[in-house]
Design a protein around this ligand. Structure first.
Ligand SMILES: [Mg+2]
Length: 114
């Protein structure tokens, strides 16, 4: 699978999910149902990783697609964020600022040229 450069932004993803969900009368699931979906997708990620690390799939079971499962989780995260009126982009920036400052000296830095 080739990875083509994309200019997709958090805002693009947020709007695309909102446009998709807004087509339907049901709209976004209530927060607790979205939490259940988030947990379900997290379990599916765990299943794919287990299959890649020694757990044999059950007969007839697909070994799974980690990229797709991560994207499923991202979709649910975008739904939850949209429903709550939050911004994953702002959250991401806040989170990165936290790790880049708080954890700046936490890990062993690579030598230059490594
Ligand atoms: Mg899934």
């Amino acid at each position: 699978m080739s990875l083509t450069p994309s200019s997709l932004t958090f805002e693009d993803a947020r709007r695309r999910v909102d446009a998709y969900i807004s087509q339907f009368e049901e709209g976004y699931f209530p927060p607790l149902l979205m939490l259940a979906r988030l947990t379900e997708e997290t379990g599916e990620i765990a299943r794919v990783i287990a299959h890649g690390n020694g757990k044999k799939p059950k007969p007839g079971e697909d070994p799974g697609d980690l990229e797709m499962e991560l994207a499923d989780l991202l979709f649910v995260m975008l739904c939850l964020s949209n429903e709550r009126g939050l911004s994953l982009e702002r959250g991401f920036e806040r989170m990165m600022a936290k790790v880049e400052t708080r954890d700046a000296d936490r890990w062993t830095r690579k030598e230059a040229g490594e």
